[in-house]
Structure formats: C-alpha cells, structure tokens
Design a protein around this ligand. Structure first.
Ligand SMILES: [Zn+2]
Length: 62
C-alpha cells in the first residue's frame, strides 16, 4: 500500500510573471523537475495578448 505524497504539496502551483507587464499567471506544474528557479517559459499573457517570456516563481519561494 502506498500513501501518495500528502506532504508533497497537492497544490503544485507556480506563478509566472510576464516579463513585459508583470502580470501573474498561475499555472499548475505537472513536471517532476522543480528544482530550477527563475525558470523562463513562454506562455500566453492575457494582458499583452500574445506569448511573452514569463519568469517562474513558485508560491513557497516568496
Ligand atoms: Zn504581459
């Protein structure tokens, strides 16, 4: 029997900051590798209305 990581936060949400307008876009992380900080990801920004570079910031790193 395995207890699935209760302590490994169920809430694996990363905040992604738009590098253009600083809008915060929360995204759930599915990937196992979560070691990198300040990871840059290109995702759609609802403010810029286009894909921009977003810097990752995870909630517990605030
Ligand atoms: Zn933006």
């Amino acid at each position: 029997m395995r207890i699935r990581g209760v302590r490994r936060s169920i809430l694996d949400i990363s905040q992604f900051y738009c590098n253009e307008c600083r809008a915060v876009i929360p995204l759930p992380r599915h990937e196992g590798r979560q070691k990198e900080k300040g990871h840059i990801k290109h995702i759609y920004c609802y403010k810029c209305e286009c894909r921009t570079a977003h810097t990752e910031k995870r909630s517990f790193e605030f």
